[in-house]
Design a protein around this ligand. Structure first.
Ligand SMILES: Nc1ncnc2c1ncn2[C@@H]1O[C@H](COP(=O)(O)OP(=O)(O)OP(=O)(O)O)[C@@H](O)[C@H]1O
Ligand SMILES: [Mg+2]
Length: 376
């Protein structure tokens, strides 16, 4: 037998951890690079290397140890990836795709260039430039680099909101009148074949800009669903890279679908695919990395996914309350990410509920939200 394929993952969070759970089913040897001593993915990898994913030399040396490299977060050192790719390393997603996505400004320009519908925008460098765009309000102002989980996004409705504006390079984009927020995950393998998941619907917690729960498949007409899938496919084909991508979209109140942003990796909106779809997004990523045929994206059963986030007033060593009550429910799957410390709003785990009818999904979700608490 050939030696196991060496797979390197940049980033050691929950997405890496769940990828590694799928990796355990294959003939592979896994390497994780992340700073700190015990991030979520460290305990489930073969080799954990503590180091900075933004440091050129660290990423370059890490890449030299593996046969194929992937990411679970886009904020990584790109120069090292370009160099490694030039030297022949397989990197999925390709650094060129990462470069576009990493910067929300380049990403928006990319959509415009490829005629992908997205809300109109301007790029600004400093806060004072907002004053030349008063007629463009209301806007969502987004940091071009480094934002995640809604940090790095401010809604500016009127001049009185400018005190909370970012004084940094940002995109200001016209506020969309949102009917639904949806997401479509697409996988593309090295052969250029694609697999598209049914659209899912994301429902947000306004306190944190974090996904509160998510329903799969989304409640859309067949026409809306195929429009969303087609749009996601257009984005991935334009990016022209193997990998797994999540395209976040808005269905606006005029029934148009606009692309919000794309993640070049597995995504929070695909967690439910572990139980809810025949091939999970993580197994799909493993197939892409190994050059295997893509899996079946069909829905096994409708699902609802709840993020388990740190309760507002607790910081410190985590305690999960209510696991007994929740694990007693049928068709409910708990995933804890192995983070040692909780903080207000921190993603600590998720719960997936399967069920045929929406009422039952929502009833169980209510029960779980009431009983399962992440405290310290
Ligand atoms: N143009 C817009 N119009 C209306 N709402 C918006 C707009 N842009 C963003 N939002 C709201 O803010 C949320 C976060 O924005 P965005 O997805 O760009 O940020 P993010 O920090 O990358 O989020 P995440 O990491 O959670 O995906 C969106 O899901 C949406 O609810
Ligand atoms: Mg987003």
């Amino acid at each position: 037998m050939k030696r196991a394929l060496r797979i390197g993952i940049l980033g050691g969070g929950q997405l890496g951890r769940m990828l590694l759970q799928s990796a355990a089913n294959y003939h592979v040897e896994t390497f994780v690079l992340e700073s700190g001593n015990n991030p979520p993915a460290s305990s489930v990898s073969h080799h954990f290397i503590s180091g900075d994913i933004n440091d050129y030399e660290t990423v370059y040396q890490f890449g030299k140890q593996v046969d194929v490299l992937t990411i679970e977060i886009e904020h990584v050192n790109l120069e090292a990836l370009f160099k490694l790719e030039q030297e022949g390393l397989k990197i999925y997603p390709r650094p060129s795709a990462l470069q576009i996505i990493k910067d929300k400004g380049l990403q928006k320009e990319f959509y415009k260039l490829h005629h992908i519908p997205t809300s109109p925008f301007y790029l600004i460098h400093r806060k004072h430039e907002l004053h030349s765009h008063i007629n463009f309000l209301p806007v969502a102002q987004k940091l071009r680099n480094g934002g995640y989980d809604g940090k790095g996004v401010e809604i500016l409705r009127e001049v009185e909101d400018f005190h909370k504006a970012f004084d940094a390079p940002t995109v200001i984009e016209k506020l969309v009148s949102i009917q639904k927020e949806i997401s479509v995950i697409v996988a593309r393998n090295v052969q250029g074949e694609t697999a598209i998941y049914p659209a899912v619907e994301m429902v947000f917690d306004p306190r944190y800009n974090l996904v509160d729960f998510l329903v799969s498949p989304a409640e859309l007409t067949a026409e809306q669903n195929s429009r969303a899938q087609k749009l996601a496919l257009d984005v991935i084909n334009a990016l022209n890279s193997p990998g797994i991508f999540a395209v976040e979209m808005f269905l606006n109140t005029d029934d148009e679908i606009l692309v919000n942003e794309t993640a070049p990796r597995t995504h929070n909106s695909g967690h439910q695919s572990i139980e809810g779809n025949y091939c999970s997004q993580y197994d799909m990523q493993m197939r892409v990395l190994q050059g295997f045929p893509l899996g079946d994206t069909e829905t096994v059963k409708p699902s609802l996914m709840l993020n388990l986030i740190g309760e507002p007033d607790f910081t410190g060593p985590v305690i999960y309350q209510g696991l007994n009550e929740v694990l007693a429910l049928k068709d409910v799957y708990v995933h804890l990410y192995g983070k040692h410390e909780t903080k207000p709003g921190r993603k600590m785990g998720h719960v997936t509920i399967l069920g045929d009818d929406k009422e039952e999904l929502l009833r169980k979700a209510e029960f779980i939200k009431l009983h399962l608490k992440v405290v310290a």
